[in-house]
Design a protein around this ligand. Structure first.
Ligand code: ATP
Ligand code: MG
Length: 661
């Protein structure tokens, strides 16, 4: 143990030795080849320039690659011009693939729609003309507040087509969250819907827009375009509100894309707010599109006959990069599903995979752990044999959840790609390559070819293999954020002030003996118990590796004796849920789990308190919000919970903790 109080190394000892080398049949057909690493290392900017030329169509070819003279704001391919919507749609039609299905849409009530690339081209052109007719022009910001509909994809692409940066706000957010984002972006147009279907009922959206627009800082908004989805009664402000279908009906199906510079802003997107107030992250066009297409092709091994499904909402960066820009730029066929996984039954996702023959599935650990909790008999009732690759994103995936995902969903054969990235990075940064990397459950493993990452200590020195510290990115990458909207200083302070010249990701990480990277949780969440620095992720993974646990969240609560004490919140798997119902039962579960953590990691990591709960507080994007649990464990008022999916969860937990004292 080091004596430096801020010592970065984490001392948990969770060991994972399982390894899954690629099947030779998969490797033989894989898009990614081992030679990519050497190719990228030989000349990193030139490698990216090659990807940009091969995977993206340029109106004016670029001659410059990376310009880092205004660091930490990068410029990539800056003298090239292009259009993101043209890349995502038109060029596939021009290449003769107009009949290819772009989107299989499935509404929650079971309504379906098949959209080919030719259909998408007509719709996007119409929408672009409609936006232009409403006076939206290049550079104007458009806020999109929609459920998961084909129109949502069309709206984003229509903005891109006219060079108007979009800012998508998740459809589950409150009027106030919407208001602050409209005001921050100074949007001139809001695109919304009357409502959407959620958990079997029509749920209104438009009233939140009406309310938001009565608030401060929203007078820049001139119009509200409204998609009719549910047909429910909708209040109307004449002159301001316009039906989407009426605006599109009268619009022409031809639209010449507005060609923009590679560095023209494509979108602003707010982070999910797991660690604090959301930040408006700015992304531009050429580099972003390049890295989206490159990662989507190589990490997901996309082929012409694949049916791809990313379950993320378009309100998150994963929806931007891996529902809209990555797959469409690559001409993929994908599934878009409007609703929740348990409507009308808990097998809905697996039913959809069977129905559409989905071959690539990209989802989040929270969804996998929820399915573990519900029990494996549910997915086992469906034919999932079409799946050939699985992906994970959003949080560290616990090794046990990884194994379950591969065995139960992947038929014990599919590669799994655990992809680390952030809203700020724009696209996947650290991930195994399918067909190349021998996968280790729980580790994101290696930076992709073209990406440079490291784990450093407090002095910014790379830690040796086996050491722990802070994850940093050491070289600029094409899809990196170009800043926080309107606040260059905050951009520099947040990401570039901790370590000179290195991008500080805010995540703790370690390198194992092979040099593979393991994500250990947010730096803000690292616990210090009697001078030992413990990782939330490792203790949570130890808990999840016990048969009866489906999910766990661990926080450090201040403690007079030890500085901090480990407090764990656990959800039991369906068949064991009743075990903690009585005080005796709960005590026994706690004793068993404490002993289990001591065995897996060591006595130092043993939770001082374990609370069995029914739900955990999560952001709308499915990440556990440990800072709220820490507030509860330390008897503080619960902090900013505006991005929480279900605010009643915190009341339940507070009540449970009070009762269990
Ligand atoms: P905020 O920055 O406002 O707190 P956020 O960080 O939750 O919000 P995102 O950009 O959506 O918002 O999330 C990025 C974070 O998600 C990463 O920094 C990391 O902590 C976590 N993450 C994403 N993918 C993985 C992964 N495969 N393994 C481990 N952690 C991951
Ligand atoms: Mg973040």
């Amino acid at each position: 143990m080091t004596t430096h109080p801020e010592a970065a190394s984490l001392e948990n000892l969770l060991h994972e030795t399982r390894s899954f080398p690629p099947a030779s049949a998969f490797a033989a057909q894989a898009n990614a080849q081992p030679s990519l690493y050497a190719e990228a290392a030989a000349d990193r900017p030139e490698f990216w320039a090659r990807q940009a030329r091969e995977l993206v169509s340029w109106r004016t070819p670029f001659t410059q690659t990376l310009d880092w003279s205004d660091a930490p704001v990068a410029r990539w391919f800056a003298d090239g011009t292009l259009n993101a919507a043209y890349n995502a749609v038109d060029r596939h039609v021009e290449a003769g693939h107009g009949d290819r299905v772009a989107i299989h849409f499935e509404g929650e009530p079971g309504d379906t729609r098949t959209v080919t690339y030719a259909d998408l081209q007509r719709e996007v052109a119409r929408a672009a003309n409609a936006l232009a007719a409403l006076g939206v022009s290049k550079g104007d910001r458009v806020v999109i507040y929609l459920p998961m509909l084909v129109e949502s994809v069309v709206a984003m692409l229509a903005c891109a087509r006219i060079g108007a940066p979009h800012s998508v706000v998740f459809g589950g957010f409150s009027a106030d969250a919407l208001r602050s984002r409209i005001a921050d972006a100074e949007a001139t147009l809001v695109i919304t819907a009357d409502g959407g279907y959620r958990r079997g009922a029509a749920s209104a959206l438009k009233p939140a827009v009406d309310e938001a627009l009565t608030g401060a800082g929203t007078d820049t908004v001139r119009h509200v375009l409204v998609v009719r989805r549910t047909g429910q009664e909708t209040a109307w402000t004449p002159g301001r509100d316009i039906w989407w279908h009426e605006a599109l009906e009268s619009a022409d199906t031809f639209h010449e894309p507005v060609w923009v510079d590679a560095e023209h802003p494509l979108f602003i997107l707010y982070t999910s707010g797991t660690t604090g107030k959301p930040k408006g992250i700015l992304h531009t066009t050429g580099g972003y599109l390049t890295q989206c297409a490159y990662t989507h092709r190589n990490v997901f091994d996309l082929k012409d006959d694949d049916v791809y499904w990313c379950t993320a909402d378009i309100g998150w960066v994963t929806g931007h990069s891996y529902v809209v820009y990555g797959p469409l730029t690559n001409g993929a066929t994908q599934l878009l599903y409007e609703g929740t996984p348990d409507t009308p039954h808990r097998g809905r996702w697996w039913e959809l995979i069977e129905k559409y023959g989905v071959s690539i599935l990209y989802t989040a650990p929270t969804a996998i752990r929820t399915c573990m909790k519900w029990g494996e008999d549910i997915p086992s009732a469906f034919d999932l044999s079409s799946l050939r690759l699985l992906g994970s994103v959003g949080e560290p995936i616990n090794p046990e959840a990884w194994i379950w995902y591969r065995r139960v969903i992947g038929g014990d054969t599919t590669p799994i790609v655990d992809t680390w990235w952030q809203t700020e990075t724009g696209a996947i940064m650290i991930s195994p390559l399918p067909g190349v990397t021998a996968a280790k459950p729980g580790s994101a493993q290696v930076p992709l070819p073209g990406i440079a990452a490291d784990v450093v200590d407090d002095e910014a020195k790379p830690v040796p293999d086996g050491g722990g510290g802070y994850l940093v990115l050491t070289e600029p990458w094409p899809s990196m954020l170009r800043g926080i909207w309107g606040d260059r200083q905050r951009y520099e302070d947040t990401y570039w002030s901790r370590f000179r010249g290195l991008y500080f990701a805010g995540d703790g990480a370690k390198k194992d003996d092979d040099g593979d990277i393991w994500l250990l949780g947010r730096v803000d969440d690292v616990m210090n118990v009697s001078g030992h620095r413990l990782s939330t992720t490792e203790i949570e993974s130890a808990l999840v590796s016990h048969d009866i646990v489906a999910e766990a969240a661990v926080v450090g609560a201040s403690d007079d004796m030890t500085g901090q004490a480990v407090v764990a919140f656990v959800i039991l798997r369906g068949e064991h849920a009743g075990r903690a119902a009585t005080p005796d039962g709960a005590e026994q579960v706690q004793a068993e789990l404490r002993a289990h953590v001591a065995k897996e990691i060591g006595p130092i990591a043993k939770p001082k308190r374990i609370l069995v709960v029914a739900e955990l507080p999560k952001t709308r994007s499915g990440k556990i919000m440990r800072r709220l649990l820490r507030d509860v464990a330390e008897n503080r008022a619960v902090g900013d919970a505006t991005t929480l999916a279900d605010s009643s969860v915190m009341d339940l937990i507070t009540a449970g903790l009070a009762a269990g004292k």
